[in-house]
Design a protein around this ligand. Structure first.
Ligand code: SF4
Length: 247
């Protein structure tokens, strides 16, 4: 028989609709068998102990990117974090940093999505769209491979120290997504499209401390994308300076 161990979950509770109530930790004691994830425990707490607990979740398999949160100080997805991997039997759960809390573990992702929209996260073509698919070589696909894996969970956004002091910063996820399209052999966006991230709130604001890479559950390296964008911007500026058309 599989033996369950007792864990204490301390979860930050707050309701922005009732601003008079200060944030507080609520404590739940629950038996957990090996293999259970933090998300499974949250679902059990809500079903069995406290139906008022708020958190986001959907796919339960690290695809939808809904359940990003802070677990004992580390940012990650609750659905892919097994409780048994924590050294302590007390687990503290907090909402993602750098975003306003709506309720408990649910944050307002509006600024995250605004930055995502700003970078035009889709293929842009100048030439007519062909009737058939546009083939890519293996090497061309590999250039964008890691960035395609992004599930938009905002874990990197929560981990970013630049966003903590500069909320207008484009952020690692949107920058990585822009790099995904700029590096895509099928994309034909004009170099001027890079100017949206060519300022002190764009890719030049990055401190290059790699917290986004540490936090990403899908092994995306947003800093790589930021470096690629910086190179592309310098190339664009150079062409502009010389009055040359871009290749
Ligand atoms: Fe999440 Fe990684 Fe995409 Fe950031 S880059 S949104 S951490 S999957």
């Amino acid at each position: 028989m599989i033996k369950a161990s007792a864990y204490t979950f301390k979860i930050l509770r707050y309701d922005a609709a009732e601003p008079g109530n200060a944030p507080r930790f609520a404590t739940y004691r629950i038996n957990v068998i090996p293999g259970l994830t933090v998300l499974t425990v949250l679902l059990r707490i809500r079903e069995e102990l406290d139906g008022t607990l708020a958190f986001r979740s959907s796919c339960r398999s690290a695809v939808c990117g809904s359940c990003g949160m802070v677990m004992n100080g580390e940012i990650g997805l609750a659905c892919r974090t097994q409780v048994a991997t924590f050294e302590s039997d007390t687990i503290i759960l907090e909402p993602l940093p750098n975003l306003e809390v709506i309720r408990d573990l649910v944050v307002d992702l509006t600024p995250f999505w605004q930055m995502y929209e700003k970078i035009q996260p889709y293929l842009i073509r100048q030439s007519p769209v062909p009737d058939k698919e546009i083939p890519q070589s293996e090497a061309e696909r590999q250039r964008i491979d890691q960035f395609v894996n992004c599930i938009l969970c905002a874990c990197c956004y929560g981990a970013c120290p630049v966003l903590a002091r500069e909320p207008g910063y484009v952020g690692p996820a949107a920058a990585a997504k822009l790099a995904r399209f700029v590096l895509d052999s099928r994309d034909e966006r004009p170099g001027a499209a890079l100017e949206t991230v060519d300022d002190e709130k764009g890719v030049w604001a990055c401190d290059t401390v790699f917290r986004c890479i540490d936090a990403c559950p899908k092994e995306v390296r947003p800093t790589d994308g930021i470096v690629d964008l910086r190179k592309a911007i310098l190339k664009h500026r150079f062409h502009k300076l010389l009055g040359k058309s871009e290749p």
